[in-house]
Design a binder for this molecule. Structure first.
Ligand code: G4P
Length: 531
């Protein structure tokens, strides 16, 4: 096997997603510990403590204890090279999560065993299922009272719209949690809390071992034997092809905090998930093992490091090998270039890299040329990857700078933040950039926007709430948008490319506009954005 095939073949790239507080950060930390990427448990976090998660680096995240941006972590384990894409847990940032999922080959969904599928998880499940992303479920916090595991599975199956396959099965929960039964190895891994909550001893015993009763108690022993019978009779057979095509979700039970079940999860997950998957482009399927390098941009982040005032563009390498000396083609800009300061980023730590392979995520210094969804490839292979659709904003504010002398910084700030895809900017016809309308998918994005304008661009802004919640682009090119008959609470605006749109307060108003303007054609998405 060539080095290229070997390197790509050992890559595993996945996104880790959850409802806030389900334990995503704790699980990530434990995975990094196994890979030796961090030296000490607790190095990653403590929202309430002084330490902060490796992945929660932005100031606002620290203050609010939520994850706003996604970050990327790479580590080695058992011959695999693993890329974890962390995602913001809060639903107001689900567009960011969606873009990150586009860069992953599978998703690990962390669920709190006492809560089951929560709102945010529900939405993400749907996205994964829609895109047929292989999805693995880690049911966390088994050291606390949990819901009935059969109920949890049923709920997951209903939400996902696909069957599940429990890889292991819990023996009780909370104070009485005794471990899990490994269905493939057909033995029990018992859990024993030692030294408080954070350390456990795990012992492996066979089902027919006479010591089992002593270890987990007779009652638990009979219950697990019953459960196993039920499971073997009722649950789906394990089918790896179905897992790979997103039609069966393997489920694991464990406790990230006490580190119980995490390593078996990692070992199984690595065996079950795929090496980098092929991606679709306008010239057909791009094979990750193809020698020619290609990548697409899924995330842009300005001011990662305030001192450097830089803008980093994150790309997912989709095929071949990247070499820092190589010349690449930025397809949308139609320009050949060398990517500047290619780096791997682990939260705030950065490491300049000289090579990367399909499956890897690289960050490059970006003077402002890239947009989300752009393709970069070997000059001899010009094609575009499928675009990443933008979500329609649902909340709007009118925004201007407090100090009119700061106009330049204001325009720079809103433009850069808009290029990252965190906000969308609109203008009323015939007005300048002194005052703009900002649209977002989740209201918390306004807070992040305001905070960043102040901290990164030194501009205080004034925001004014607007009542609109529906946005429609005007498709007709042959009408004068200013002459449309619209109700007094509908607003005509333009996006930065000059396209006209209407902002509505209700669906009723949309119908009103369509009825009164014959031939008017409105679309929910800006068609120009969707390639
Ligand atoms: P998130 O990234 O999904 O938002 O969740 P995070 O890992 O921050 O975990 C949320 C809380 O749940 C944390 O407690 C964490 O310690 C706790 N937790 C995570 N996994 C487990 C588990 O397996 N069992 C139990 N019992 N608790 C778990 P916190 O009090 O909010 O923060 P901290 O002070 O403990 O860091």
């Amino acid at each position: 096997m060539t080095d290229l095939k070997k390197e790509i073949g050992r890559r595993r790239t996945f996104a880790i997603i959850s409802h806030p507080d389900a334990g995503k950060t704790t699980l990530t930390e434990k995975l990094l510990l196994y890979g030796g990427a961090i030296a000490q448990a607790g190095a990653v976090k403590g929202k309430k403590s002084a330490r902060h998660a490796v992945s929660d680096w932005m100031e606002i995240e620290k203050q609010r204890g939520i994850s706003v941006t996604s970050s990327v972590m790479q580590f080695q384990y058992d011959g695999y090279c693993i890329n974890i894409l962390d995602t913001p847990g809060h639903q107001d940032f689900s567009e960011d999560t969606y873009r990150t999922l586009m860069a992953a080959d599978s998703a690990v969904m962390v669920i709190d065993a006492s809560k089951g599928v929560e709102n945010q998880t529900r939405k993400l499940f749907k996205v994964c299922a829609m895109r047929h992303i292989p999805i693995f479920t880690f049911i966390n916090k088994m050291d606390r009272e949990s819901r009935d595991p059969f109920d949890l599975l049923e709920e997951i199956e209903n939400e996902l719209g696909m069957p599940t396959y429990p890889v292991n099965w819990p023996i009780s929960s909370g104070k009485d949690f005794r471990g899990v039964y490994d269905r493939q190895k057909k033995h029990i891994i018992s859990f024993e809390a030692t030294g408080g909550q954070r350390q456990v001893a795990a012992t492996e015993v066979g089902l027919d071992d006479p010591a089992l009763g002593d270890l987990i108690g007779d009652e638990n022993r009979s219950r697990i034997l019953e459960d196993i019978e039920l499971l073997d009779g009722a649950s789906e057979d394990f089918d790896l092809a179905a897992v790979h095509s997103g039609r069966l979700s393997p489920v694991f039970f464990g406790s990230a905090l006490t580190n119980f079940g995490v390593e078996p999860f990692l070992a199984n997950f690595l065996k079950m998930t795929t090496p980098p998957l092929a991606r679709m482009s306008d010239s057909g399927i791009v094979d990750p093992f193809d020698e020619k390098f290609s990548a697409f941009v899924f995330k842009i982040q300005a001011n990662m490091n305030k001192a450097h005032r830089d803008r980093i563009t994150f790309m997912r390498v989709c095929s071949g090998k990247f070499d820092k000396e190589m010349e690449v083609l930025h397809v949308q800009g139609d320009k050949k270039m060398r990517l500047s300061q290619p780096q791997q980023i682990m939260a705030q730590e950065r490491e300049i890299i000289s090579e990367a392979y399909a499956g890897d995520i690289i960050g490059v210094f970006d003077p402002g040329i890239f947009s989300i969804g752009d393709t970069v490839c070997a000059p001899s292979a010009k094609f575009c990857f499928e675009g990443i659709p933008t979500f329609a904003p649902e909340h709007f504010r009118r925004v201007r700078q407090k100090d009119t002398l700061k106009r330049k910084q204001f325009v720079k700030g809103i433009s850069q933040i808009a290029q990252e895809g965190a906000i969308q900017i609109f203008q009323e016809p015939d007005t300048g950039m002194e005052e703009v309308l900002i649209g977002v998918v989740g209201v918390l994005q306004f807070d992040v926007f305001e905070y960043r304008m102040k901290n990164e661009y030194n501009v205080d802004i004034v925001k004014e709430g607007l009542p609109y919640s529906y946005i429609r682009w005007i498709d007709n090119k042959d009408i004068d948008p200013k002459k449309l008959k619209i109700s007094s609470d509908t607003k005509l605006v333009q996006d930065l490319k000059g396209n006209y749109l209407l902002l509505f307060t209700s669906e009723w108003n949309i119908r009103w506009a369509l009825e009164r303007n014959e031939g008017l054609s409105l679309t929910e998405f800006n068609k120009g954005e969707l390639q």
